[in-house]
Ligand binder design. Structure first.
Ligand SMILES: [Zn+2]
Length: 236
């Protein structure tokens, strides 16, 4: 009887161990399989560290001019990293910054019009970073400051009404569809790029068309010349 209960206790202990360890093991596997290129995005501090060390080396090779965006106080467009306050010195390529201030703004106006909203003001972006890629790959447009991961876009109407369009919930709707088609046409016309897969919706942006971009929309200014995408950079 004593031996039996000793064995039972042993079996019970093994069972308990399996029950405890199994979910941890499954979770680890699950995480591994679903790790996307954007699985870890930089916090503003990490981004600054990256810029000070690795990126300065990479940018010296790539030679795309870099500037800083005062997200907190900008006449045309403001922003903040999701979950953080705005940064007064967000590093960004000059070309993406100038596109945000001109073509992006006019595309947001067009997209808001698809919502029935005219006379919009105070456009702001909630984003997941610009130099925001754990791969640190020099050919990723993030590694060149030429891409931004957008979580939501907000604008104000008169009488203090604020509209926020989240990519996760509104990505399939008229607002983001209009915005992406408009952006693709701007990229083609102003940046000398061909349309990606003959589709302005897929040009210079990745969103609901890709399983890894359901929550945020990746918006980029690709590297093109003579209506061709230049190697080794990503095409969008
Ligand atoms: Zn991205």
């Amino acid at each position: 009887m004593k031996i039996m209960s000793g064995k039972l206790i042993q079996v019970a202990l093994v069972l308990i161990m399996v029950l405890i360890l199994f979910p941890i093991f499954v979770k680890a596997e699950d995480h591994h399989h679903h790790k996307s290129p954007h699985a870890h995005t930089f916090t503003p501090l990490e981004e600054e560290d990256f810029f000070q060390s690795t990126f300065k080396y990479l940018s010296s090779k790539a030679n795309f001019p870099i500037t800083t965006w005062n997200e907190c106080r900008d006449r045309t467009i403001e922003g903040n990293y999701i979950g953080y306050r705005c940064s007064r010195k967000r590093t960004i390529s000059k070309v993406l910054f100038s596109y945000l201030k001109t073509h992006f703004i006019s595309c947001v106006r067009e997209a808001a019009f698809a919502n029935g909203d005219t006379d919009i003001k105070d456009i702001s972006i909630e984003h997941k970073g610009i130099f925001a890629d754990s791969r640190h790959s020099p050919d990723s447009l993030h590694g060149q400051g030429r891409a931004i991961d957008i979580k939501s876009i907000s604008y104000k109407l008169s009488f203090f009404r604020k509209v926020t369009m989240n990519h996760e919930s509104d990505g399939h709707g008229a607002f983001y569809t209009t915005l992406r088609e408009c952006w693709g046409e701007k990229i083609k016309r102003n940046n000398n790029c061909p349309l990606f897969e003959d589709d302005p919706y897929l040009t210079g942006s990745i969103g609901k068309d890709d399983e890894d971009h359901q929550i945020h929309m990746h918006l980029s200014v690709p590297v093109c010349s003579n209506s061709e995408y230049l190697e080794p950079y990503k095409r969008r």
